[in-house]
Design a protein around this ligand. Structure first.
Ligand SMILES: Cc1cc2nc3c(=O)[nH]c(=O)nc-3n(C[C@H](O)[C@H](O)[C@H](O)COP(=O)(O)OP(=O)(O)OC[C@H]3O[C@@H](n4cnc5c(N)ncnc54)[C@H](O)[C@@H]3O)c2cc1C
Length: 467
């Protein structure tokens, strides 16, 4: 098969993050996570039990540290979220689906005895529709992106440090500050736009985003993995690793738990007051690892100093929503992708659906929806339903679409303005590592990619442990 054909096939389906089902062996989650100690004393308190926080907690234990994880949801995994169909018991990953084929990823999965396989993007017929009107755009084709992606790769190669974090040079290269739309024009990368838009889902209007964020979300590692294949779990149940991590952490993982107050110390133990389903608890920790989106409204109760406040308040965010729909009337083998009939590069207008695509369970379809800013869940749900009802040639017109599951993954990408980036925002942000016994990981400190975040987190561990 020619390189282009192989690449384009994968690219066409890439942003759809299609999945297949597997029957998962479940750990018993009952009767754990109720810390019996009223004062919990640990080496490290990890705040946020998503991808980065769970990885950090397990690895810190591996190197002899005691930990406690504070997670506000009723599960670990964060943006990794798996729907179980009550009828077939089949699984649909509605969040994180794929990993880079790296040792760090293989090792972490093998630690929990979970098998990985190369991800296959099953081909499906693609219909292009402008969901605003339901108009089918049969003459549209995303074109051949291969040459343009090669040119894009040449640009990416100028900034190898982007694969490791936000350790930007001073001055920050001006191309990274350009709105991505201007960058595309400058380097004639027009043909990459549909592909990048599909891949870098959740970023909102990519043409307005500083090029820095687009490059971090669709970088050289992704281009390489598109060629060589991503990994996914053999059972196609990505939540399993977090369930096993939860079983291992036991009552060191406090679920459904919120921070009430923190009092950080630079020399001794910091104190964190939390409310758990079993009552209020006091955590005493030598170090705190924050693995949550560091927006001010998400840091209620934290004893933030002026520097922390001034940095975190600069973050804006995009919004990303997912779900599984039934009774859509869309053929099980068809992806219905949103495009703009009269927009620049035919990008769909957001807020709006990215695509509705098949799952391995007949009659259930994945939906992905994006917005440049956060919306109420109910608004997103009704827009999705109305958009489906506008579709032409639905096979079942009498039934109304409904959600089998809906999830908001918001706030998603945390961004600051180009002028903030230019004036050293990330230098100041990174300078906070270790200050006030507090360390930071998670997407805001690197990128929306679990493999890259695990690597970033792994490199942070010696710093947390050594001091
Ligand atoms: C739909 C979707 C599909 C994706 N697909 C992929 C993919 O295929 N491959 C990939 O590598 N990446 C994918 N991503 C990107 C994904 O965001 C990252 O891989 C990764 O999950 C980010 O990890 P994180 O630790 O920064 O955040 P999260 O995994 O979201 O973890 C943050 C955790 O902190 C908790 N939390 C937040 N605030 C608080 C608080 N105040 N107190 C206590 N707990 C709190 C949250 O509940 C959450 O559990 C996808 C994202 C989405 C939304």
């Amino acid at each position: 098969m020619k390189k282009y054909t192989r690449v384009s096939l994968k690219l066409i389906t890439f942003g759809l993050w299609r999945i297949s089902a597997g029957l998962a062996e479940r750990v018993n989650l009952d009767s754990i996570n109720c810390a019996t100690e009223s004062i919990i004393t640990r080496d490290v308190a990890v705040i946020g039990g998503g991808s980065s926080g769970t990885y950090a907690a397990i690895r810190l234990r591996d190197i002899g540290q005691s930990v406690v994880v504070v997670e506000r949801n009723d599960r670990l995994g964060g943006h990794t979220h798996t729907y179980t169909d009550p009828v077939t018991k089949g699984k649909i990953d509605i969040g994180v689906e794929i990993w880079q084929d790296w040792d760090i990823v293989r090792n972490f999965f093998s630690r929990f005895k979970i098998s990985l396989t190369k991800n296959e993007f099953a081909p499906s017929a693609v219909q292009y529709v402008d969901y605003r009107t339901g108009q089918l755009v049969s003459q549209y084709s995303p074109g051949n992106a291969t040459d343009a992606l090669t040119a894009y790769a040449t640009q990416l190669a100028k900034y190898p440090y982007l694969e490791f974090g936000f350790d930007l040079p001073n001055p920050v290269p001006t191309d990274l500050l350009l709105p991505f739309g201007d960058f595309v024009e400058k380097y004639a990368l027009d043909d990459t736009v549909p592909t990048i838009f599909k891949y870098a889902q959740g970023l909102g209007n990519i043409l307005h985003q500083p090029t820095l964020y687009v490059m971090k979300n669709f970088g050289l590692v992704d281009l390489k993995s598109i060629q060589e294949g991503f990994l996914t779990t053999a059972k196609h149940d990505n939540s399993e690793i977090y369930e096993r991590a939860l079983a291992e952490l036991g009552d060191n993982a406090l679920l459904n738990t919120s921070i009430v107050a923190t009092k950080r110390s630079i020399t001794g133990y910091s104190s964190i007051t939390v409310t758990t389903p079993c009552g209020r608890r006091e955590i005493r920790a030598k170090k705190i690892l924050l693995a949550i989106p560091p927006k001010l409204d998400n840091l209620d109760g934290f004893d933030l100093d002026a520097t922390e406040k001034s940095l975190f308040q600069q973050f804006g965010n995009s919004a990303y929503y997912t779900g599984v729909l039934r009774y859509t009337g869309i053929n099980d083998n068809t992806t219905v992708q949103n495009i703009g009939i009269n927009t620049t590069y035919h990008l769909p207008v957001l807020p709006g659906i990215y695509s509705i695509s098949p799952s391995v369970i007949p009659g259930l379809l994945n939906v992905k929806y994006g917005s440049p800013t956060a919306l109420a869940d109910v608004q997103v749900q009704s827009d999705i339903i109305a958009s489906v009802q506008r579709l032409p040639n639905r096979t079942i017109s009498v039934e109304s679409p409904e959600f089998a599951i809906f999830a908001s993954h918001t706030p998603f990408e945390l961004t600051v303005s180009s002028s903030a980036i230019e004036s050293g925002f990330y230098k100041r942000l990174y300078a906070m590592q270790g200050k006030r016994s507090t360390y930071y990981t998670g997407a805001a400190f690197h990128t929306q990619d679990s493999s890259l975040l695990w690597r970033f987190t792994e490199q942070l561990l010696p710093l947390i442990v050594e001091k």
